[in-house]
Ligand binder design. Structure first.
Ligand SMILES: *[C@@H]1O[C@H](CO)[C@@H](O)[C@H](O)[C@H]1NC(C)=O
Ligand SMILES: *[C@@H]1O[C@H](CO)[C@@H](O)[C@H](O)[C@H]1NC(C)=O
Ligand SMILES: *[C@@H]1O[C@H](CO)[C@@H](O)[C@H](O)[C@H]1NC(C)=O
Ligand SMILES: *[C@@H]1O[C@H](CO)[C@@H](O)[C@H](O)[C@H]1NC(C)=O
Length: 498
C-alpha cells in the first residue's frame, strides 16, 4: 500500500518517516556464521521438510547453482496464525539480506498454490499487508495480534517479503542500495528459485505474485524476471517456477492514464459525490490536458529527467495539492483522513503495528537482525532513491502485456473508493494494453460480480485478463472487505470467473 505520486510534494513515505530518525540499515556487526547451523555446505540436497527447522536459531541453506546466495530460515510454530507452521528468515544475496515471513496453507500445504506478496511505496514494508490486510493475524493492541479468519492462507501458502533492501527488516551490510524496480527484481527472482529448490514439497505448485499500490509497478516486473529466469533454471537442470498469475491490488502502473482519473475521481461522481470545490475542479480541468502533454513529452517520449521532473511537479501542483486541501483520505475518498497523514497514514492502526514489531520478544521470535533499528512502515530513503531514478514513470503496462502474451493470467482488482491508484485509471490502463486478447477484452461491458447474495463490484474479463472493482473498499481491499477479498482470491486461484 501507500503509493506516493512520483516526486510529488507529498511523498507519503517521506512524510511518514520525517518524524522518526532514519535508522542505518547496514549491519553493524558481521554475522558470525557459526552462530547458525549450516546445512549441507555446498553439496546440494534439498532440505525438503520445513519441520526439521529449528525454532531457536537460523538454519542456513545454500545451493550450488546460486553460489552467491543462501537462505537463513527458522520456524516459529505459533506465530501469528497458531494453526499452521510459520517461518521467517532472510534470503542472503552476498551483503544484501531480504526478510520474509512464510505461512503454510490452512488447507493442504503440499498441494495448495503459493502466493508471494509485497506492499508498495516504494519503500513500504509487507508487515502492513500481513498485520493489517491479508495475513493470518491482524494487529490488535500494541502488544498482541488476533486470528484473521479471512487470511489468504485459507487455501494457499503465503509469503510476505520486505523488499527491496532498506525496507522493513531487510538490510545490507555495507550500505548497498537498490533504487530501481528492475534491480529489485533480480533479488526477488533468486529468492523465489532458492525457495522452491529447497522446499520441494511445494515444487511445481502454482505460483502467484501479488502486490498492492506501487506493486502495480513491482509485480509485473518481478513476474517477468521470474518468467525469464525459468530459462536459466531449465539450462541448469532445475525445475522451472510454475508462474501462473499475477494479482495487482489498487496498483499504480501507468501514470499516463492516472492524471485525468485523479481529476474525475474528485470532481465527478465516478466513485463518490464530488468532493472538491467547483472552483478547484474548473482550475484542474484546464490544467489536466497540459499535465498529460508535459508528462508524455518529458517523461515518456524522452528521458530527460530535468524536464520530466518539471512535468511531475506541474501535475502535482495542478492535481494533487487541491486534493489534499479537501482533508479526505487519499486512500479512501469516502472518509476523512484519520489523524495526521504523516503520523498515521490516515490509519491509526499502523502505529500499533510498529509498536508490536518493536517488541524485543517479537523480534527474537522472528529472528530480526540486531542491526535493525525502530520499525518503519515505509522507508523515505528507499522511496527517495526510486524517485531520483524516475522509477515510477516507467510504462509498466508493457510488462503486463508481455505476461499476457505468454498466457500468464493477470488480475487487476481495485477498491472503488481509493483515489491514489484508483479504479478509473486502472480500467483505462487495462483497456489500453496491447496484447492478443485486446479486442475480446475491450468488447466486454463492465458487469457486476456477486458475493453473499449482493453485488460486490464490477468486472470485465477475457482469456487470461480480469479487471475487477470492489465496492466500499479503499486502497487496502482486504482491510476494508476481508470476506469479499478472500472470496475473490479463492475464485481466482481456482481459475473460476468472478
Ligand atoms: C492500539 O493499541 C492500544 C493498546 O495498546 C489500543 O488501546 C488501541 O485501541 C489500538 N489502536 C487501534 C487503532 O487499534
Ligand atoms: C503492553 O505491554 C507493556 C509492557 O510489556 C505493558 O506495560 C502494557 O500494559 C501492555 N499493554 C496492554 C494494552 O496490554
Ligand atoms: C502448474 O500448476 C497448475 C495448477 O495447479 C497445474 O495444473 C500444472 O500441472 C502445474 N504445472 C507444472 C509444470 O507443474
Ligand atoms: C452476508 O449476508 C448476510 C445476510 O444478508 C449479512 O447479514 C452479512 O453481513 C453478509 N456478509 C458479508 C460479509 O457481506
Amino acid at each position: 500500500m501507500f503509493f506516493s505520486l512520483s516526486l510529488a510534494a507529498l511523498t507519503v513515505a517521506a512524510i511518514v518517516s520525517a518524524s522518526t530518525a532514519q535508522q542505518p540499515f547496514g549491519s553493524q556487526l558481521p554475522i558470525a556464521s557459526n552462530a547458525f547451523e549450516t546445512y549441507d555446505n555446498g553439496l546440494f540436497s534439498p532440505l525438503e521438510d520445513l519441520n526439521l527447522l529449528s525454532t531457536d536459531s537460523f538454519t542456513t541453506l545454500t545451493h550450488p547453482v546460486f553460489p552467491k546466495h543462501s537462505v537463513r530460515i527458522k520456524k516459529s510454530s505459533d506465530f501469528c496464525d497458531g494453526t499452521v507452521n510459520a517461518y521467517t528468515g532472510y534470503i542472503d544475496i552476498q551483503a544484501r539480506h531480504l526478510f520474509f515471513y512464510f505461512f503454510e496453507s490452512r488447507s493442504n500445504p503440499e498441494t495448495d498454490d503459493v502466493i508471494f506478496w509485497t506492499n508498495g511505496g516504494p519503500g513500504c514494508s509487507s508487515g502492513l499487508g500481513l498485520f493489517m490486510e491479508l495475513g493470518p493475524c491482524r494487529i490488535d493492541t500494541a502488544n498482541a495480534t488476533k486470528f484473521n479468519p479471512y487470511s489468504w492462507n485459507d487455501n494457499a501458502n503465503v509469503f510476505f517479503v520486505d523488499q527491496p533492501i532498506g525496507v522493513g527488516f531487510s538490510y545490507a551490510d555495507y550500505g548497498e542500495t537498490v533504487s530501481t524496480t528492475e534491480e529489485a527484481a533480480k533479488d526477488v527472482a533468486v529468492f523465489v528459485a532458492m525457495f522452491f529448490e529447497h522446499f520441494n514439497k511445494f515444487k511445481g505448485n502454482a505460483f502467484h505474485m501479488a502486490g498492492e499500490s506501487y506493486g502495480g509497478r513491482y509485480i509485473p516486473v518481478f513476474a517477468s524476471e521470474v518468467y525469464d529466469q525459468n530459462a536459466v533454471l531449465i539450462q541448469n537442470g532445475l525445475t522451472p517456477i510454475n508462474l501462473t498469475s499475477v494479482m495487482i491490488g489498487n496498483g499504480c502502473t501507468d501514470d499516463g492514464t492516472m492524471y485525468s482519473a485523479y481529476y474525475e475521481m474528485q470532481c465527478s461522481p465516478a466513485s463518490v459525490h464530488p468532493i472538491n470545490t467547483i472552483a478547484n475542479c474548473v482550475d484542474m480541468r484546464r490544467k489536466v490536458p497540459r499535465c498529460e502533454k508535459m508528462f508524455k513529452e518529458s517523461c515518456r517520449d524522452s528521458t530527460d529527467s530535468i524536464a520530466c521532473n518539471i512535468a511531475l511537479s506541474f501535475c502535482n501542483d495542478a492535481i494533487f495539492n487541491p486534493f489534499m486541501e479537501t482533508g479526505y483520505n487519499p486512500y479512501d475518498i469516502s472518509k476523512p483522513c484519520e489523524g495526521d497523514i504523516s503520523d498515521t497514514l490516515c490509519y491509526p492502526i499502523t502505529k500499533n503495528i510498529s509498536r508490536y514489531l518493536d517488541r524485543p520478544e517479537v523480534r527474537e521470535t522472528l529472528g530480526v537482525d540486531p542491526s535493525i533499528g525502530a520499525y518503519q512502515s515505509c522507508s523515505s530513503d528507499v522511496g527517495a532513491r526510486f524517485d531520483i531514478n524516475l522509477d515510477g514513470v516507467f510504462p509498466t503496462q508493457f510488462y503486463i502485456a508481455a505476461l499476457l502474451e505468454r498466457d500468464i493470467s493477470v488480475l487487476i482488482y481495485v477498491g472503488a473508493s481509493d483515489w491514489i491508484c484508483n479504479w478509473l485509471g486502472n480500467d483505462r490502463m487495462s483497456l489500453g494494453l496491447e496484447w492478443y486478447g485486446k479486442e475480446a477484452f475491450n468488447a466486454q461491458e463492465l458487469s457486476e460480480w456477486q458475493f453473499n447474495g449482493t453485488a460486490a463490484g464490477l468486472t470485465r474479463s477475457a482469456g487470461p485478463l480480469t479487471f475487477a472493482t470492489i465496492y466500499d473498499a479503499g486502497h487496502m481491499v482486504p482491510y476494508d472487505k476481508p470476506e469479499a477479498s478472500l472470496e475473490m482470491v479463492k475464485r481466482w486461484l481456482a481459475g473460476e470467473s468472478l
